[in-house]
Design a protein around this ligand. Sequence first.
Ligand code: SAM
Length: 340
Amino acid sequence: MSRANKWGPYDVVAAFFVSKSIRFLQQSSILRKLAAGPTVHEIASEYGYDETLLSVLLEFVHQTSDILIRLPSRDTRSRRFKLRAQYSQYVSLEFLLDKFLGAYGKPFDYLDLSLRSGRSGRRFTEPDVLAAALGRVGNNRYKRHITSLIRSLRVNRVLDLGCGAGHLLADLSTAIPRFEGWGIDSNARMCRFATERLKRCSATAYVRILHANIFSLKRLLTSEVRRRIEVIYAGSLLNSLFGGPRQTMVTLIAELKRLFPNRLLIVDDYYGKLGFVQKNPNRYLHSLVHDLVQAFSGQGVPAPSLQFWRSIYRDSRCQLVHCYEGETDGLNWFVHLVQL
Ligand SMILES: C[S@@+](CC[C@H](N)C(=O)[O-])C[C@H]1O[C@@H](n2cnc3c(N)ncnc32)[C@H](O)[C@@H]1O
């Protein structure tokens, strides 16, 4: 691998200052205001900040990242910076800041403790910050590819394991007539966001959100409900099990097979890269960061290839019937259709 692809000492130092600066701009709401391109003078007056210092900070963010544009100005008093249009959508920038720096950043403030075990790091993570971040993401196109896939299967009763803020169930409620859904999540805040989101959706759909652990499905869903469910979806859920023994995943999928025989399980997740790829690390920056926070939140670095997942399905006595794979924003995602 060429050294030129890697960050040198100045990149590393600059990354520290630029990420602290951008996080501050976000939390103070200045980032939002920059979407309209106010003058530095106006922002400094509103917040009581020193105009020269604020200008230096914004100039540094502008010079080192592609997040801010400097607009032409006649003099220093009319100097203005604008948030690049593509970042004014919550998902394209603020979601990443909330997720990676907000929910998963703290273990890195306490590395001396976090390095002792994945469990030590986990206690510094902030799942409620992730819940709030997911809660803020609108429905629009978030899970459209999965919604289309489920529609194409011509089913209308879906169980969503680790349903998060309920995006998929909301999309399905709108897309499928007489839709029936069950969402399970162990995070109470996620469940509240999901319930709120679903209230705003189709009145003809029937969806229940259950605050519970997916490892207690048998107790949670009556045999009558289990019989009704046609498809089980697990989106970005199984990646959280890589911090524990491989057998946990096998046991879980084998249990799904026992409870939902012959139904389809959709596993929507990503292949890990940290420690597995050496070439072109910049291409997989998103994955590398994701893998890092996975490890320090006790979730472990996900397996890098289909081979691992095939062995899991085989050991659970299930069969992989179809596999979609792709790469978006440096994340090597996959969708596996597994016959239980
Ligand atoms: C990364 S989020 C993904 C949310 C959603 N499926 C999506 O694709 O947007 C993972 C979700 O799984 C939930 N989760 C993790 N382990 C769980 C468990 N053992 N039982 C229930 N929910 C769990 C988390 O609370 C979180 O909401």
